[in-house]
Design a protein around this ligand. Sequence first.
Ligand code: ZN
Length: 115
Amino acid sequence: MAEPIEEIAVSLAKARHDYQAAVAMKPIAEAAALADKVRDLTQRLSSAIVRGANACPDCENLPVGIQQPAVIRGQHVSTFEVGCVVCHDHRAFGLTLDDAVANWNASKYLPRKAS
Ligand SMILES: [Zn+2]
């Protein structure tokens, strides 16, 4: 069964917090284990976000997904981005997960970042 994104995101936020606290206070091995947990949850969240997304049309790698907090009209919301780690100009945005994946699958990319 598909793992709910909000659940992963909450676990990830907690793991990041635990890691930040451990870096300052705990032995390095303990902090490293918490860093592994952050990496694992980041990966799981990405996989959950890109469920239903096609491979990159140019390099055929599977895209990665990120969830980003935003404030829209005073409301705290999550926005989503699906992108290719190889083709940096292939990044699709969505106010919802479905929009981000739909934009990605339709090759509707964000404007290229100014360099
Ligand atoms: Zn690509």
